[in-house]
Design a protein around this ligand. Structure first.
Ligand code: ZN
Length: 98
């Protein structure tokens, strides 16, 4: 096994990054097989954060790092639901505000 490196990117840019990588894969100038496989690796990592359904849409498959900016409930294993909250909401709770 090699050493793995994290690539940090604002999650709100995952969708557009994936679209750009897919476009690069289909560009007529062409990539060689190895380059295309590398791009596919990055796309797979993006899909871990922002999963897509069989229809190619993200829908309500939210994760904590999917990049959707609206507040969402996330259902994890065993039906436990976790709600994403905004930073201001956390600060309000710290101040005892409803
Ligand atoms: Zn999402």
């Amino acid at each position: 096994m090699g050493v793995y490196a994290d690539l940090l990117i604002d999650s709100s840019r995952l969708k557009s990054l994936r679209e750009a990588l897919c476009l690069a894969q289909t560009h007529p100038s062409g990539l060689d097989t190895q380059q295309s496989a590398l791009i596919q690796l990055v796309i797979a990592q993006i899909d871990r954060h922002r999963p897509l359904g069989p229809d190619g849409k993200h829908g309500n498959r939210h994760t904590f790092t999917c990049g959707c900016d609206d507040e969402q409930s996330i259902t994890v294993d065993d039906g436990i639901s976790i709600r994403k909250v905004s930073e201001s909401e956390v600060l309000d709770e710290d101040r005892g505000m409803p």
